[in-house]
Design a protein around this ligand. Structure first.
Ligand SMILES: Nc1ncnc2c1ncn2[C@@H]1O[C@H](COP(=O)(O)OP(=O)(O)OP(=O)(O)O)[C@@H](O)[C@H]1O
Ligand SMILES: [Mg+2]
Length: 207
């Protein structure tokens, strides 16, 4: 989905993820009318969202951010429940490996990490949900350098190849062009222009 600043892209994302209730209109998910009661209901339905601000907790490390609110526990001495840090760490490394992103250490607070590394943690957090069928990413490349952008775009392509549906929000027509469908958002009105129009718009934007 493409659109200018303030067109309403993030607002639509918040509606799709159950954070904001629409004033009007209808949501459909997998062919059925969808009335989520809130973000948990949306996640239960298999829709995961990466918000524009990434929604990470800066002073917490990567495993802590990934498992926030769903921390695995184990029993110490057979009865005392404690956090299973080892499992959190191994799972974090496995997910980052799956998206081919390397961190020197997963144990540092995320505020010490680069934009691309933080982005990777936000993506890995979505992958943690076994139920995910649709992944919504609001401006996943906006704050990144060219090299990091192409890494994140590769991650998106890989995930799509693994069968996940992905809705990417972007300003950048070149980033959305490989996708099968593009919706164009202009002053909160969604349209689906024909491909030749899109391509000429892309040429204009890169000129
Ligand atoms: N909580 C809010 N209350 C009132 N107006 C808001 C609120 N959040 C956003 N808006 C307004 O709604 C419009 C759409 O904002 P939105 O954040 O959805 O745009 P966007 O397409 O995501 O823009 P960008 O490309 O800059 O991220 C803007 O005019 C914005 O000022
Ligand atoms: Mg936005």
């Amino acid at each position: 989905m493409v659109g200018d600043n303030g067109a309403g892209k993030s607002t639509i994302v918040k509606m799709l993820s159950g954070v904001v209730k629409p004033d009007g209109g209808q949501l459909f998910w997998q062919g059925k009318s969808f009335h989520p009661s809130g973000p948990d209901a949306v996640r239960d339905a298999g829709i995961e969202t990466m918000f524009q601000d990434l929604a990470l907790v800066n002073d917490v490390d990567a495993p802590g951010n990934l498992f926030m609110g769903q921390e695995p526990m184990k029993r110490w001495l057979g009865f005392l429940p404690i956090l299973d840090r080892k499992k959190m760490r191994l799972e974090t490394e496995r997910l980052l490996d799956q998206i081919k992103i390397k961190l020197q250490s997963v144990d540092r607070p995320v505020r010490l990490m680069s934009g691309g590394q933080r982005q990777a943690i936000a993506i890995a957090r979505i992958l943690l949900s076994a139920k995910a069928q649709l992944m919504i990413m609001d401006e996943p490349t906006a704050a990144l350098g060219i090299q990091e952008q192409s890494k994140v775009l590769n991650v998106i392509r890989n995930l799509h190849a693994q069968g996940l549906s992905i809705l990417v929000i972007s300003h950048n027509l070149e980033h959305v062009f490989p996708s099968p469908t593009v919706s164009w958002l202009y002053r909160a009105v969604v349209s689906r222009p024909a491909w030749p129009q899109m391509k000429s718009a892309s040429r204009m934007s890169s000129n």
